[in-house]
Design a protein around this ligand. Structure first.
Ligand SMILES: NC(=O)c1ccc[n+]([C@@H]2O[C@H](COP(=O)([O-])OP(=O)(O)OC[C@H]3O[C@@H](n4cnc5c(N)ncnc54)[C@H](O)[C@@H]3O)[C@@H](O)[C@H]2O)c1
Length: 321
């Protein structure tokens, strides 16, 4: 499917993954509407794409069905990224229901009512809970016991039900650990990479929760956005895919690469007790996305971290003015 000239809605389009999808859509010459309530997303994430004249912003909530209806009217396609994060759902479980689950239902219902033909949506590798085997493929059971994962599992079921009843094509992505420029680095709910960088900025050791043997499967956000575009263009429908680098990185290794990239060789990581809600190992199989969508990650971890560092410098300079 060609995306040029298509009218595309991106929910959560001002966030990390969403804003990079918007960048890719602009390259494809699609007409993009970003639908975001800006609880976490930022207008500056869209600065570059707004210059194209192809992007419109609607500041609204996916719980607001009237605005969804008005916004989705006449649109062709939808990327659905709006959601609240794992830790926010553990702190306030009702958000997992009202935003991540009912909100997703609202988006699907509005897609059908507006004649949208395909949705590419963000699920999460959280649906697997603690992995029972590695690399974890898409056949792994739902071993999740957290509110965020529960909401994402419900969403995966809504996608199937909407496709069966209304013919709405979908692909849902179980992202592993997505990282890259535009990840928030201040306030609550910052992730491990930004916390490490924040410490290094102050010449303090990156703080590792646990013994450092926990692993992440780190996927650069630009690659993740590309997976979304490939999914939308492909004829594949009704499938779930990991977005995985096909590699696992221990927190200890990550801290070491970060120290190297930031040029602060004399600093050693500090080890502190860990949060029991965190999964100890993440390592997804990248095979299904490769064989059915032709998608593989191409950005090395070192390059991705360098891109974050350069972006953080840019933001700090801008904010200092
Ligand atoms: N980043 C990861 O590692 C990761 C991993 C697994 C799954 N995911 C999923 O991928 C998607 C994108 O994640 P991200 O990292 O870009 O997160 P993000 O927080 O940067 O982006 C989410 C966006 O949704 C918006 N939003 C939140 N609640 C909303 C609401 N009620 N109405 C409208 N907009 C709302 C936020 O303002 C934000 O801009 C999410 O669905 C997330 O659950 C992310």
């Amino acid at each position: 499917m060609e995306l040029a000239g298509k009218k595309v809605v991106v929910t959560g389009g001002a966030g990390l993954v969403g804003s990079h999808i918007v960048d890719e859509l602009v390259k494809e010459k699609a007409e993009v509407t970003v639908y975001d309530n800006f609880v976490r997303g930022k207008r500056e994430n869209l600065k570059k794409s707004l210059d194209s004249g192809l992007v419109t912003i609607v500041e609204a909530d996916i719980c607001d069905r009237e605005t969804l209806k008005k916004t989705f009217a006449g649109k062709d396609l939808c990327f659905h990224e709006a959601a609240v994060w794992l830790k926010a759902c553990q702190d306030e479980p009702r958000k997992a229901l009202e935003i991540n689950t009912t909100g997703t239902f609202n988006v699907l219902e509005t897609c059908v009512a507006s004649g949208i033909k395909k949705i590419v949506a963000a699920s999460s590798s959280s649906v697997y809970g603690d992995g029972l085997y590695f690399p974890t493929d898409e056949k792994h059971p739902f071993n999740n016991d957290l509110f965020y994962g529960a909401g994402k599992i419900a969403d995966e079921q809504w996608y199937r039900a909407f496709r069966k009843k209304y013919g709405l094509d979908f692909i849902a992505f179980r992202y592993l650990n997505i990282y890259g420029p535009r990840q928030p680095f201040l306030g609550a709910y910052t992730d491990v990479i930004m916390n490490f960088f924040n410490k290094l900025d102050e010449n303090l050791p990156p703080r590792i929760e646990g013994d450092g043997s926990q692993t992440l499967d780190l996927v650069y956000v630009g690659d993740c956005a590309r997976a979304n575009i490939m999914a939308m263009k492909s004829a594949v429908s009704g499938e779930y895919f990991n977005v995985s680098s096909g590699k696992e990185t221990t927190l200890k290794e990550l801290a070491e690469i970060l120290i190297k990239v930031s040029g602060k060789k004399d600093i050693k990581p500090e080890y502190v007790p860990r949060d029991k809600n965190l999964v100890t190992r993440r390592f997804g199989s990248a095979d299904k996305a490769k064989s059915m969508l032709g998608f593989t990650v191409t950005t090395s971890l070192e390059q991705g971290l360098k891109n974050i560092l350069a972006w953080r410098e840019e933001v700090k300079k801008r904010e200092a003015k």
